[in-house]
Design a protein around this ligand. Structure first.
Ligand code: ASP
Length: 409
């Protein structure tokens, strides 16, 4: 018999987790006491490896590109691509949620709301906060934007140091490899982790929590699918000249892994393999993908848009066009600040709600179904990262070919 791939095994374990959760509905304490801790250990391990993987792989990517100007050019195009696709994503989410009246039919029940949100920083503070005043603190606190900032500076430092930077470059190469191996170890226990994460959610909440919120789930998934089919298909066709089906088939394994693990960073080895198979060079992929896994979250932005409209509608708050534009801006920023680990998009939703004065307690309503929404949004996040990688790679190849032709003249 053909050996099952890890992705298939993880998918099966997720289905088994749902079935076990349904069976344990009569006894949710068992699931919470004995099964949930395994999920928590798995989550902790992913969080533990996020900082070294992102820090080292971005530096490794920068160093292997060798040329600061090239990194700068590529960085600017990458971030631009991320911004534009994220803004498109959130717009799709908002339009669908408005047209399909996402909050319609939901009856708000007394006593089901309580959610404590952290205060959201202002726009300027968000920018200032990207630059750390200490080397270690961002690593300890897993402040990913600051971690990225440090890796950019030190990556450039290694290039500028030239011959003297060689030892640092070898160390980074070696430690990056080691942290990927650690990540692979953690991924190999995903079968247990995924089961243990989904089972208590279903056991505690049951299908009852899903039904009234079915509309939110359906609309979010419709927007996820629409965005993947439209935005990414168009971009790979235009920038790479690739058939969208070839692209979607190429990234399907990575998307499926993202779907079951709900972690963009945990999916990095799969997205690296997928983009390389689709023809992207390793140095480009190892620069763009870890960056994308931390700051490019189109699925998360869609989710935040749909939830914001849902919460506004059920609380009877009219959102003006200006409010909706504010949501586009804050959801784009919030998705950048979302770490690529399960559940973080929901925490950042508070920032979006607060920006337009919506009640943050509304998050409590969607918390029960967060895992289901998270799986879809993570898959979209990953497809977005992969599409960006192959587009940036193709653009860079074209540019290099042009330069070579000019030089030959
Ligand atoms: N789980 C998502 C990811 O890793 C982030 C989120 O919660 O939206 O991409």
């Amino acid at each position: 018999m053909k050996k099952l791939s890890l992705t298939a095994k993880i998918f099966i374990s997720m289905v088994l987790g749902i079935i076990a959760g349904l069976l344990l509905q009569g006894n949710p304490d068992f699931a919470v006491t004995y099964i949930k801790p395994l999920g928590t250990i798995y989550l902790n391990l992913i969080k533990m490896v996020v900082v070294p993987v992102v820090f080292l792989s971005i530096m490794q990517g920068i160093i292997s590109l060798q040329d600061i100007r090239k990194v700068g050019r590529m960085g600017v195009s990458t971030v631009l691509y991320f911004f534009v696709t994220t803004a498109i994503a959130i717009t799709i989410g908002l339009v669908l949620a408005n047209i399909l009246n996402v909050g319609g039919g939901y009856v708000l029940q007394g006593g089901e709301l309580s959610y404590e949100a952290a205060a959201a920083p202002s726009f300027i503070d968000t920018i200032v906060n990207i630059f750390p005043s200490n080397f270690f603190k961002p690593m300890v606190e897993a402040n990913m934007l600051q971690v990225i900032c440090i890796s950019l500076f030190f990556g450039f430092g290694v290039i500028l140091a030239g011959e003297k930077g060689k030892v640092a470059s070898d160390w980074i190469d070696s430690f990056a490899e080691v942290s990927f191996k650690v990540m692979n170890m953690i991924i190999s226990v995903s079968v247990i982790g995924v089961f243990a994460l989904i089972c208590p959610v279903i056991a505690q909440n049951g299908p009852e929590v899903l039904l009234p919120l079915l509309k939110v789930i359906l609309i979010a998934y419709a927007a996820y699918i629409f965005h993947v089919l439209v935005a990414y298909s168009v971009s790979v066709k235009c920038f790479v000249g690739m058939n969208p089906f070839t692209f979607l088939k190429g990234v399907s394994q990575a998307a499926l892994f993202a779907f079951s693990s709900a972690s963009s960073v945990g999916t990095l080895p799969f997205s690296l393999a997928a983009t390389e198979k689709l023809g992207a060079r390793k140095d480009v992929a190892s620069f763009v993908l870890p960056l994308g896994a931390t700051i490019n979250m189109d699925g998360t932005a869609i989710y935040q848009g749909v939830c914001a409209i849902f919460i506004a509608q059920i609380f009877g708050v009219e959102l003006t066009l200006a409010n909706q534009l504010t949501i586009i801006l804050t959801a784009t920023l919030a998705s950048i600040g979302t770490a690529g680990v399960p559940g973080s998009g929901m925490i950042m939703l508070a920032m979006v709600l607060e920006s337009v004065g919506l009640p943050v307690e509304g998050i409590a309503l969607v918390a029960g179904i967060d895992r289901i929404l998270d799986m879809g949004r993570t898959a979209v996040n990953i497809v977005g990262d992969c599409s960006c990688t192959i587009c940036i790679d193709a653009m860079d190849k074209k540019l290099s070919a042009k330069k070579a032709a000019k030089a030959a003249k």
